[in-house]
Design a protein around this ligand. Structure first.
Ligand code: SF4
Length: 350
């Protein structure tokens, strides 16, 4: 790889850098670590378009890491609702409280010790906020590097090789801009499908482009089939108010508001038969990282509030729910609207 590869990339970045709310323009002072950290945590598993409004709302509510450290846990979880992967929000608060006490760690190893900060995020903060040389490798960067070097080894086993190649490309100066340039190149030019090689600053040195097969890289190992879990959620409504419960602090959607229901269990012959035996039920299919959930939603309207744990919320103005339960609520409200239109459809009442 020619030694001026990064110089080419930086010259391209100086002109084509994406304008993002958590970024500084090339050649201006680095953004505060708080902005870099907050955005990087939000961007884990979530795209920039979705993160933008959340980032703005968080900064408005908690302008500094000290403000966030003093925030009410419930308010932060509610502000996070809809972003998914809720462990990130719990880690965000835990890390803010460490930083508010002890200050920002000064190197990658110290950053990695913060809750929710892994290798990639620590490197991104070190490079972008602190101007340190750090090797920042996310999915976009892996794709660019795999194509530049036409790496035939398959992911995920190829990850070490790709990291070493990304390391070789990383300059001692402007390491943060280099990292952001690689991310931008992957997001806007070297896209997963139909990469725009004609607009790429690295086209003349790219092995995949030379071989006329950029989309063949990165090579990926065959995916394992995602297991299925099943469960039931209960929509219990009285006079337009629905019963919600706070989920346990640990585990999936921990600490979030949700519909009460059964545990989510591995699908087996019995659960498959049961879930197929109620054709009138609503079923939400929701994909988590490690499994697909098929959540049946059982609806019951009561004349009086039953003596059950939880809190009653106006069904017409539900807020702060994670996406799974937003989808369940929307499905129930659709069924209810259809029933109102069709006199032959009766909903269960008790
Ligand atoms: S030339 Fe094409 S495949 Fe190679 S890095 Fe640039 S956009 Fe990606």
């Amino acid at each position: 790889m020619p030694p001026d590869t990064s110089a080419h990339l930086l010259a391209w970045y100086d002109v084509h850098a994406r304008v993002l709310p958590w970024r500084s323009r090339p050649g201006t002072p680095a953004p505060e670590p708080y902005r870099v950290w907050l955005s990087e945590i939000m961007l884990q598993q979530t795209g920039t378009a979705t993160v933008g409004p959340y980032f703005g709302r968080f900064l408005a509510a908690w302008p500094s890491v000290a403000d966030l450290s003093a925030a009410d846990d419930g308010a932060v979880m509610q502000a996070w609702a809809g972003l998914g992967y809720y462990a990130r929000a719990r880690n965000l608060l835990a890390a803010a409280r460490v930083v508010a006490c002890s200050g920002w760690p000064s190197d990658e190893a110290g950053l990695r010790a913060l809750p929710g900060v892994g290798t990639y995020t620590a490197a991104a903060i070190a490079a972008i906020a602190f101007g340190q040389r750090a090797v920042v490798v996310d999915g976009n960067v892996e794709r660019v590097v795999a194509r530049l070097f036409a790496v035939e080894a398959a992911l995920p086993a190829a990850r070490r090789t790709l990291y070493a190649l990304a390391d070789a490309l990383t300059p001692a100066e402007r390491s943060g801009d280099h990292a952001q340039a690689m991310m931008d190149l992957g997001a806007t030019v070297c896209t997963p499908r139909a990469p725009k090689c004609e607009a790429c600053p690295l086209a003349t040195i790219c092995a995949a482009h030379a071989g006329n097969a950029p989309e063949r890289f990165p090579v990926k190992a065959a995916k394992a089939v995602r297991p299925v879990r099943v469960g039931t959620a209960y929509w219990i409504e009285v006079d337009g108010y629905v019963l919600l419960e706070q989920r346990p602090p640990r585990g999936l959607l921990g600490g979030m508001l949700g519909l009460p229901g059964t545990p989510w269990e591995q699908e087996n012959v019995h659960s498959a038969t049961l879930s197929a035996s109620h054709p009138g039920d609503i079923t939400i299919r929701h994909v988590f990282t490690h499994f697909e959930l098929r959540l049946s939603v059982a609806i019951a309207y009561h004349a009086a509030r039953p003596d059950l744990p939880g809190e009653w919320h106006d069904a017409a103005t539900l807020t702060g729910l994670p996406t799974l339960f937003v989808r369940a609520a929307e499905a129930v409200l659709r069924v209810r609207a259809d029933a109102a239109l069709s006199p032959n459809l009766a909903l269960e009442t008790a």
